[in-house]
Write a protein of this length. Structure first.
Length: 320
């Protein structure tokens, strides 16, 4: 008889997080191989962000390749200087089993996806932004031949409906964008005075494909990471069948109230959706419906934090 308890796992995970700074106390810069990656011709509009991108090897316990862009890119710069992306460090400890399925919604250049693949997990990665997807694809190619890897890349945004839309990307943060159009917010929502973000003409606009998790994933998911700049509730509304029929054991998601509001959702609605779907939500502690959720929203009203949702059914003892 073996007992599985996600609350126990939660305690272990936060011990890992507590010591993550010491575990990477000797942050070693990523090794630049000098091999060009994700390069496009000058005529490819919007791909100039990938100029001079090169393959780098991480300094993680299992080194792997990533295609990193220059020019003060937020995520790429962190990996160049640290050799890893701290945002991904806890994911191996959150995975419920060996060889599990990891779904990465908002994969960016693939820091989390390649980390999980290097640990022997199957991976499905979604990234809509064309030049960022090119870097993601080049990073994956840089890790082959590797017969132990099972990674599927999907060049689409994840939303509540499939179709065509647009993503608007900030300068200096090519992996961060806001989705409008089919399944997304209206552009006007991001141009109101006093909002946390305002999309201007300086932002790069790309037409993208949108899909739903129900259309793209047809098997149980062990761990899902969601980082889509306030589009998380839209994505979950397109995953009702996945959550009910197949199941997702653990969800790590960015809780970003300003982005959620600009996408047309109240932040507490995301928390209530997960609670209704049968999840307990944790940060440094457990957050409960009602005052607990309201306090969390007030605390992060102009910011963001990472939260972890554990499926309640998995706290039941399981006989093996």
């Amino acid at each position: 008889m073996e007992h599985t308890c996600t609350r126990c796992v939660h305690v272990v995970v936060y011990m890992v997080l507590a010591f993550s700074s010491s575990a990477h106390a000797f942050n070693k810069p990523a090794f630049d191989t000098g091999i060009l990656c994700a390069h496009r011709s000058a005529s490819d509009a919007g791909f100039d962000v990938n100029i001079n991108a090169t393959l780098h090897m991480t300094s993680t316990s299992i080194p792997h390749a990533l295609c990193l862009r220059r020019g003060k890119q937020t995520v790429d710069g962190q990996i160049m200087s640290r050799g890893h992306l701290p945002h991904c460090d806890d994911l191996p400890a959150l995975m419920p089993r060996r060889g599990g399925l990891f779904v990465d919604v908002g994969a960016n250049i693939g820091a989390c996806s390649m980390l999980m693949a290097s640990h022997g997990h199957r991976v499905i990665s979604f990234e809509p932004t064309p030049p960022t997807f090119a870097a993601l694809s080049a990073g994956l190619a840089g890790n082959f031949p590797n017969p132990g890897w099972d990674v599927r890349l999907v060049n689409s945004g994840v939303s509540n409906a499939s179709g065509k839309g647009f993503i608007h990307v900030q300068q200096g943060n090519a992996g961060s964008g806001f989705t409008t159009g089919a399944g997304g917010a209206k552009l006007s929502a991001y141009r109101q005075e006093g909002r946390h973000y305002m999309i201007t003409e300086a932002w790069q606009k790309y037409e993208i494909a949108l899909t739903t998790l129900d259309e793209a994933v047809h098997e149980p998911v062990d761990l899902m990471k969601m980082d889509c700049q306030g589009h998380e509730l839209h994505a979950l509304r397109g995953a009702v069948e996945l959550l009910k029929k197949h199941g997702v054991k653990v969800i790590k998601f960015e809780f970003f109230p300003p982005g959620l509001r600009q996408a047309g959702d109240e932040p507490i609605a995301l928390l209530n959706f997960l609670d209704d779907a049968g999840y307990d939500i944790y940060g440094p502690g457990r957050y409960t419906r009602g005052e607990g959720f309201q306090k969390l929203v007030r605390r992060r009203i102009n910011g963001f934090t990472d939260l972890i949702a554990y499926r309640r059914i998995d706290t039941t003892p399981v006989a093996l």
